[in-house]
Design a protein around this ligand. Structure first.
Ligand SMILES: *[C@@H]1O[C@H](CO)[C@@H](O)[C@H](O)[C@H]1NC(C)=O
Length: 301
């Protein structure tokens, strides 16, 4: 290990050891526990919710830790327990209850969404499932209005940016989530989706629309599981986002990626990995601003 790494690692360990003591000192000096201090220090928004979440996660109490990862938290019950456990006088700290309730609702809502997304991703595309097949044909109709598909397996799928004669083989690790997201984009924002497809069809500087679409599903999925998307969801009006709210982020990513791609002036598709990585970093940098929500002007606020 390099010397500087050793120092950094010792420092982290020291902080872990000192943390309970620091918390105890702060509690004595300010007369407030950490959760309570946060409700005074931060305004409602992603920053406050993230700090409450972190404080719960690092708590010694396993019941509090649980609240930071739970996806079906009984918020009223949890609020009562925290107030009791931390001995908070709600008549003095009048905003505490409301703030904690709001933050816990957002945290549990995000964890619930993550579980939903994971559920969809795990469903593999099956040619034996009539529902899956119907969705695939719907995809064709929406992206190729007025053009008849000659047969279920044929080279025409290439016009949508699939790899071979049967799109079923292209969803792989993203499962039905990949198909549902491409569908959602076209169902909800048809003009935008067709516009992105048409731009992507440039013979030299374009990209394979469906393959890239599935790749963006994966990019969003990774941002979700690494909890980077909290900034966006903790800033939304609705603290309990549905799958549609998740797909809305996808529409943003697809539309922004298309613009980003052509701004980069790629020579050909071989530059995909580089541009994807640059785009990913760009999105992560946006999410570092606590005020960020990922919405384009064609999406409702
Ligand atoms: C998306 O593209 C990246 C970069 O080319 C690649 O590493 C990754 O495996 C792709 N993911 C999917 C699901 O296609």
């Amino acid at each position: 290990m390099v010397f500087s790494e050793l120092i950094a690692s010792l420092w982290t360990q020291l902080l872990v050891l000192l943390r309970p003591m620091l918390k105890w000192i702060l509690r004595k000096v300010t007369g407030k526990c950490q959760l309570l201090r946060i409700t005074y220090e931060e305004q409602p928004g992603s920053k406050q919710t993230k700090r409450i979440e972190k404080s719960l996660r690092e708590s010694k109490s396993s019941a509090l830790k649980e609240l930071s990862r739970g996806d079906r938290v009984d918020v009223d019950e949890a609020v009562k327990n925290v107030i009791h456990q931390k001995d908070i006088v709600v008549d003095i700290h009048t905003k505490f209850e409301e703030t904690l309730r709001r933050c816990l609702t957002y945290i549990s809502g995000f964890n619930n969404l993550e579980a939903l997304v994971e559920g969809h991703r795990k469903v593999k595309y099956s040619t034996a499932n009539p529902e899956h097949e119907a969705k695939l044909l719907k995809l064709w109709e929406l992206y190729k209005p007025g053009t008849k598909l000659q047969s279920r397996q044929c080279a025409q799928w290439g016009e949508l940016g699939f790899q071979g004669n049967d799109p079923a083989t292209d969803f792989r690790g993203m499962g039905m989530l990949g198909l549902d997201q491409l569908l959602y984009f076209a169902e909800k924002y048809g003009d935008e989706a067709l516009n992105a497809l048409s731009k992507s069809s440039h013979p030299k500087h374009g990209f394979s629309f469906a393959i890239v679409g599935i790749n963006i599903t994966e990019l969003q999925y990774t941002l979700m599981t690494k909890r980077k998307l909290r900034t966006h969801f903790y800033n939304l009006h609705n603290p309990r986002p549905s799958m549609d709210a998740y797909h809305e982020v996808y529409c943003y990513l697809m539309s922004e990626f298309t613009k980003f791609w052509f701004k980069e002036k790629p020579k050909d598709i071989m530059e995909f990995s580089r541009i994807r990585e640059k785009f990913r970093r760009h999105i992560i940098s946006l999410l570092k601003d606590p005020k960020t929500t990922l919405k384009t002007d064609f999406q409702q606020q």
